[in-house]
Design a protein around this ligand. Structure first.
Ligand SMILES: [Ca+2]
Ligand SMILES: [Ca+2]
Ligand SMILES: [Ca+2]
Length: 210
């Protein structure tokens, strides 16, 4: 069920700074729900949650109330968050985002494992997770080795455009509730496949270390 291409896009757009938080939140919610419900009920509740969340997204972004989200409405929702995202990424507050600042924090690292072997295992499992190796290089327009606010905003803008294109499956430059819902379901499935690959690769590394 892996769609490597889609997965790559999903990961690339989710980005280092926000992906971790969302994932942790998802996992926490999932664990809580799993405790409360059985598996079948969990599936129902997920479907309900998916519908509700697509409805909420539509309500929030659809400023002209035509039940569709145009590219303009989509970007209008994303742009106000750029400054906050930049401020969070620029950890030392010098106005530039470096490659080091884009790396996951030490807390999220797994130093007890051979990182190269872990990555090889993930690659083999079909996980094409973008490990943010060249986000600075890719977006550093003036080549000074760091991302200015303008360069960072341009990167976020491109991410939003890519995300819109990914959701807009019929390419009519309008997002329907169904397109949002389907895209959420696909992303959730990809994320869960990804988590599964990570779990099994970590287990493999742990077994090897013993
Ligand atoms: Ca609209
Ligand atoms: Ca900085
Ligand atoms: Ca569409």
């Amino acid at each position: 069920m892996f769609k490597p291409q889609l997965l790559a896009i999903t990961i690339a757009i989710s980005g280092a700074t926000f992906a971790g938080a969302t994932l942790a939140q998802d996992q926490e919610t999932e664990q809580l729900e799993r405790k409360k419900h059985g598996r079948a009920e969990l599936r129902d509740s997920r479907a309900r949650h998916g519908r509700d969340s697509a409805n909420r997204t539509l309500q929030r972004m659809d400023t002209n109330e035509d039940d569709l989200i145009s590219l303009e409405e989509y970007l209008g929702d994303a742009i106000p968050r750029y400054s906050q995202t930049f401020a969070r990424a620029d950890r030392d507050g010098d106005g530039y985002v470096t490659q080091e600042e884009l790396q996951p924090s030490r807390k999220g690292q797994r130093p007890q494992f051979d990182q190269a072997a872990l990555h090889a295992c993930l690659d083999e499992a079909g996980s094409t997770v973008d490990r943010n190796n060249d986000r600075v290089a890719t977006n550093d327009t003036n080549g000074d080795g760091a991302l200015s606010q303008d360069e960072f905003f341009a990167m976020l803008e491109q991410g939003a455009l890519d995300r819109f294109a990914l959701i807009d499956s019929d390419g009519d430059e309008q997002l329907t509730k169904e397109e949002i819902q389907t895209s959420r379901q696909e992303q959730n499935a990809l994320r869960s496949a990804q988590r599964k690959a990570l779990r099994s690769c970590i287990k493999e590394q742990r077994d090897l270390a013993q």
